[in-house]
Design a protein around this ligand. Structure first.
Ligand SMILES: [Zn+2]
Length: 542
């Protein structure tokens, strides 16, 4: 069986002038390991169509009519694009694998990756309600999901409303009363074997959590403390490795990107301590915990328990936001979406398997580069031809490479770039006295730590290290050290692509005492020491 993952997302092609956009549809398979899937050069995600982005100009139509037509056009187009999946899902199709063997494969529509407005569009849910369950718009603050929406339930609502209404308008209102959009009579997923579109809609960390939940959290801050005070707190944070320094605070930021939201999420909690009530702090902490835990690259029952724990803490204390007048209610679809995360992770794997960001990355290759290759007039056929040619060239290239390797008797393997740490050739300071280092680097425990470290190195495999008491009586066999004021290392980014070195970012950890021309800077570093530290976040780190 091949679980099919479909993603659709509109993207802007021109940045500064004009308003050209594209609406690509991507397809990939759940069987492909996620490490391969998110490398554009591996071509595990393919473009299967561009949807219409044309605006309806007819002036006699109301805004609502226009939007209904756009929605029907979307479903009609998707039906044509995905039609072949229906029959092969039932009967199977013969597919030649990478190993040359032919297998019977049943492709089943499993996941649909999209942001919230598109989730509503795809599932025919009324905008403002949940595309996955039947919680009404005013019940979204509850801590449990409502009765599941199923494809057959939605189709039944549409069919009954259609049968009992005389006009389109009546059909629309009858559907809306039951939280169904009421614009589409035949959704594209009607008749798909073994698939349920409501189940297929998956969590979306970027739009639901960062651009949704976290955006709300930042806006609530306006009620908790004066924006200028928050700015002042943000400005006064010391420079630190891995943490962006917002020199002008946040209130000056106009359009905030996903990357900026992630940088903001790292420091928000610390900036609120001492200024907001304890319960509000608990709400903020539990939401941030949820955001981070939900992005774990692997999960088990224990880590999913932490995720549930964060959610429970939020629901236990969330009413404080209403009590102190920050919000009138918490019926927010994106906040509600959190109750569906655990089920989706159990069903479809961790959230990085169906991350919208990975698909957004494809826009560069599969939409923007294609558009740049055209003469900007009637561009879509040109884009398709350009992409088709490029795909063929890449496939042939890969074929030649595998042939060459198999002739030489080598096996093709996917290499993981090694973690590199680089030091400068020469130390920043030569022959520094240990006592001076303790002073300038503010590390009074240095000599003691050196003893422990040297002792464990020396005794490795030769019995137990010395006891603490006996260690205290020993001497370090040197009194001077060469000092390096930092090291660089390569970060493992979301997309580590062998052909695109520019994506490999270098980071620099610094430990520089103050000198005549610069202020001192000591970056805090979290080191994983045992296997426990990955799921718990803090335990086992130092
Ligand atoms: Zn729901």
């Amino acid at each position: 069986m091949a679980p099919v993952i479909i993603a659709t997302d509109k993207t802007q092609l021109t940045q500064f002038s004009g308003s050209k956009s594209a609406y690509p549809v991507y397809l990939t398979l759940g069987n492909i390991p996620k490490a391969v899937r998110r490398k554009p050069s591996q071509q595990a995600c393919i473009l299967i169509g561009y949807l219409s982005v044309d605006k309806i100009l007819a002036s006699h139509l109301t805004q609502k009519d226009k939007s209904s037509r756009v929605q029907r056009l979307f479903h009609d187009s998707m039906r044509i694009i995905l039609e072949p999946l229906k029959e092969v899902g039932r009967k199977g199709m013969e597919v030649t694998g990478g190993d040359g063997r032919v297998r019977r494969v049943y492709p089943i529509l499993a996941c649909y990756v999209a942001d919230y407005p598109e989730q509503c569009l795809v599932t025919c849910a009324k905008y403002g309600t949940c595309p996955k369950c039947q919680r009404p718009a005013d019940g979204l603050n509850l801590k449990t999901p409502g009765e599941t929406r199923t494809a057959s339930w939605t189709l039944r609502v549409i069919k009954n409303s259609k049968a009992n209404s005389a006009s389109l308008h009546q059909f629309h209102s009858k559907c809306q009363a039951l939280d169904v959009s009421g614009t589409v009579e035949h959704p594209f997923w009607e008749g798909f074997p073994y698939a349920d579109i409501h189940l297929a809609v998956v969590p979306d960390v970027l739009h639901q959590l960062y651009q949704g939940v976290f955006k709300h959290m930042v806006s609530w801050c306006d009620h908790l403390l004066h924006p200028s005070e928050l700015d002042a707190r943000i400005r006064s944070l010391p420079l630190c490795f891995g943490v962006r320094h917002f020199q002008n605070g946040w209130s000056a930021l106009a359009q905030i990107s996903g990357k900026e939201r992630k940088d903001m999420a790292r420091i928000l909690l610390a900036c609120l301590v001492g200024k907001v009530p304890r319960k509000v702090l608990l709400v903020y902490r539990s939401l941030l915990d949820f955001i981070y835990l939900s992005q774990y690259p692997s999960h088990d029952d224990i880590t999913l328990g932490y995720l549930q724990g964060a959610l429970d803490t939020f629901h236990k204390h969330k009413d404080i936001l209403v009590h102190i007048g920050i919000r009138e209610h918490l019926d927010i679809p994106k906040i509600h979406s959190m109750v569906h995360y655990i089920d989706s992770i159990r069903l479809f794997g961790t959230t990085d398997n169906y991350n919208t960001e990975a698909f957004e990355r494809l826009h560069i290759d599969l939409a923007k580069d294609g558009w740049r290759a055209t003469n900007k007039r009637n561009e879509r056929p040109q884009m398709v031809a350009w992409l088709a040619r490029r795909e063929k060239v890449t496939l042939f290239q890969q074929y030649l490479e595998t042939q060459e390797l198999s002739e030489r008797g080598e096996v093709v393997e996917i290499r993981k770039p090694p973690q590199k740490i680089s030091l400068s050739k020469h130390p920043s300071r030569v022959g520094q006295c240990l006592v001076d280092i303790m002073e300038t680097h503010h590390c009074p425990g240095l000599i003691n730590d050196l003893k422990v470290f040297l002792n464990t190195c020396q005794m490795r495999g030769q019995g137990d290290p010395l006891s603490k008491r006996r260690l205290e009586l020993t001497q370090v066999p040197f009194d001077r050290l060469n000092i390096y004021h930092g090291f660089k290392f390569f970060r493992e980014e979301l997309i580590v692509d062998e052909n695109e070195e520019r994506l490999q970012e270098k980071d620099w950890v610094r430990a520089c005492p103050s000198s005549s021309n610069q202020e001192e800077r000591f970056d805090p570093v979290v080191v994983m020491r045992s296997e426990d530290c990955e799921p718990t976040g803090v335990q086992g780190r130092c």
